[in-house]
Design a binder for this molecule. Structure first.
Ligand code: SAH
Length: 262
């Protein structure tokens, strides 16, 4: 298969284009065809060749979506035409992104694939609020978990609540009541800090900083919607020490309390 093209499986980061890696920018620039997921900021397309073909291919909970099998077939088909294909996903392709499945399909078909890691929302989004997912004073680690599983089985809230780790919950907003209920039943204190962040790192970012017993009401009051990330843990108390500045693309660490009293 010497005339076979190649697939770049690219993580585009949580939204802000400046959080793309240099390698992602190079790979986008080499692509003849770009298959782009629903959650990816279209501003990335500025790095694509002017004559590259762009195909919208994405899954989005509750919305019309492209079947996974179709996407995998399309990637194989395009690469076999000798094309360089950029498959662009939000965050990191291997974190709740079905990147593993796509790479398996490509390998089975004998198509060359290279993965470009991206900044996963679970790290990049809390950072915009000054929330470090780990901090020696507050936790022993961090657990990434999905709030929305294929089989509908709830995560083991008992184990998670006793783990001493920060919980970063992807796709959790639609099941927030169930998540909070599970954690409360598992004995997590009502006062445990919780952050919910919608559209993290984008200019449309909105967030709620609350606690376990109040977060459902706070999210309803603010009308937060998906895509949103839920962060549960004492590290959330550090949230007021940073402000995200999407124009400059990085978390600008400013002590808001100090500014207020100035
Ligand atoms: N591969 C992606 C995750 C895909 S699953 C990654 O590594 O980030 C999609 C879920 O990720 C969303 O439902 C939401 O929980 C989270 N997410 C992705 N981008 C986000 C953003 N900009 N702000 C908040 N949550 C985001």
């Amino acid at each position: 298969m010497s005339n076979t093209g190649k697939v770049w499986l690219i993580g585009a980061g949580p939204g802000d284009v400046e959080l793309l890696t240099l390698k992602a920018v190079r790979a986008l620039g080499e692509a003849d065809v770009v298959l782009i997921d629903a959650l990816v900021n279209r501003a990335m397309l500025r790095f694509v060749k002017p004559n590259a073909r762009v195909i919208e291919a994405g899954k989005r909970g509750g919305h019309r979506s492209t079947p996974q099998a179709f996407i995998e077939r399309k990637l194989v088909q395009l690469a076999r035409q000798g094309l360089t294909v950029a498959r662009v996903k939000g965050g990191d392709p291997y974190v709740f992104g079905r990147g593993g499945e796509e790479v398996q399909a490509l390998c089975r078909a004998g198509v060359a694939v290279e993965v470009v890691s991206g900044i996963t929302a679970g790290i990049g989004v809390p950072a915009t609020l000054g929330i470090p997912v780990t901090h020696r004073e507050f936790c022993r680690g961090v657990t990434f978990v999905t709030g929305n599983t294929r089989d509908g089985v709830q995560p083991d809230w008992q184990a998670l609540s006793g783990s001493g780790t920060t919980l970063v919950i992807y796709m959790g907003l639609s099941n927030l009541v169930g998540i909070v209920g599970g954690l409360r039943e598992a004995g997590m204190p009502a006062s445990m800090p919780v952050a919910v962040v919608q559209n993290g790192t984008l200019s449309t970012q909105r967030s709620v900083i609350s606690r376990l017993d109040r977060v459902v009401a706070a999210v309803a009051r603010e009308g937060l919607q998906s895509p949103a990330l839920v962060v549960v843990g004492k590290v959330v108390t550090l949230a007021s020490h940073a402000v995200h500045d999407p124009v400059h693309g990085a978390a600008r660490i400013t002590d808001q309390l100090a500014r207020k009293s100035a």
